[in-house]
Design a protein around this ligand. Structure first.
Ligand code: UFG
Length: 320
């Protein structure tokens, strides 16, 4: 298929573009490089450096079989301080993309949604029909886009899937997580192992969880990318499907740090700090729908494998 990948220079977008090329698809990446890296765009992709809000109409004038839409602002903290950046950067940009798809009859869409659309549901495993009550602007913008996709799909015959990611980590060979400002747990812990930070801060030890630290469901970025290929294949004209993507097992912040200690052989000093605003205590996915309807079978569910791949990527870049 001929596919447009928005945000294909970012972490998840570039891994997904690599998997699409490996599967034989013809891939065009569009990215404004505001947070992505040109050298992360996989070989074999055509690259257009542009803002999607401005370029979508022209790009889709050429027929495409589908769009995978990753381009987004994605820092929870920043979304609370600078909401207009998220409502414009995420919602307005996505509406322009949807309008261009409608105008040119692009038939398929796979969208990067997030567990942040749910907020803090007090249930063990979050399913797609759990209530959506986002606790931050980032999650609210992604939920708004999900609603827009539902109506565009129904009215204009687009076959769409929204994939709600839980905590993405790991690396796909030489493509991995490289944020200018790092806020995510695993990359921060690995920076300590590399000697780039003295210690990791544990944001709260008084949460209602087994060891008092927050629990998350970590998913390997390659498994996540594979779900996109399946979701794309499974789209049905006029229907918008939503799938949670996680492994269904929660790990606490302390368990993640312990796994990083085992993988890196570094003692990784940790210090308990105050809670971080907006953090839910526990977020774990039920991905039964993705498994049953898409046939998705994660191959790298083990946290040790996820951390090992992230560590190999981090060390290789540090040595380069
Ligand atoms: N944490 C620490 N110390 C750190 C960094 C993180 O203790 O230095 C903790 C956080 O408080 C949280 C856990 O580690 O409890 C995971 O934090 P991350 O920042 O790695 O990930 P989040 O769970 O906050 O966010 C992820 C995605 C978001 C998405 C969200 C859905 O990165 O894009 O899941 O809830 F919105």
């Amino acid at each position: 298929m001929k596919l447009l990948v928005t945000g294909g220079a970012g972490y998840v977008g570039s891994v997904c573009a690599a998997r699409l090329v490996e599967a034989g698809h013809d891939v065009v990446v569009v990215d404004d490089l505001s947070t992505g890296h040109a050298d992360a765009i996989p070989d074999g992709c055509k690259f257009v450096e542009a803002d999607i809000a401005e370029a979508a109409g022209d790009l889709l004038a050429e027929p495409f079989d589908g769009v995978l839409h990753f381009a987004a602002k994605s820092l929870v903290g920043e979304s609370m301080e600078n909401p207009q950046k998220y409502w414009h950067g995420n919602v307005v940009t996505s509406l322009r993309l949807l309008d261009a798809m409608r105008e040119h009859g692009t038939p398929r869409l796979v969208f990067s949604s997030t567990a942040a659309t749910y907020g803090e549901p007090e249930i063990e495993l979050i399913t797609e029909d759990s209530p959506t009550d986002p606790t931050n602007t980032y999650g609210a913008t992604k939920l708004a886009i999900d609603h827009a996709i539902t109506s565009y799909a129904a009215a204009h015959g687009i076959g769409a899937a929204s994939l709600r990611y839980f905590n993405v980590a790991g690396a796909h060979g030489a493509i991995g997580e490289r944020h200018t400002v790092e806020t995510h747990l695993i990359p921060i812990v690995l920076q300590v192992a590399l000697g780039q930070r003295d210690q990791v801060q544990i944001f709260g030890e008084d949460w209602p969880t087994a060891d008092g630290t927050c629990v998350r469901d970590y998913i390997h970025v390659t498994d996540l990318a594979d779900a996109h290929l399946l979701a794309l294949k499974g789209t049905q004209p006029g229907q918008h499907r939503i799938y949670n993507l996680g492994n269904g097992t929660g790990f606490s912040v302390k368990q993640v740090i312990d796994t990083c200690r085992e993988v890196t052989g570094h003692p990784i000093p940790a210090k308990v700090a105050p809670r971080r605003a907006g953090d839910p205590a526990t977020l774990v996915a039920s991905s039964q729908a993705a498994r049953e309807e898409l046939g998705w079978q994660p191959q790298r569910a083990d946290l040790g494998v996820i951390v090992r791949d992230a560590w190999e990527f981090t060390r290789a870049r540090h040595q380069a």
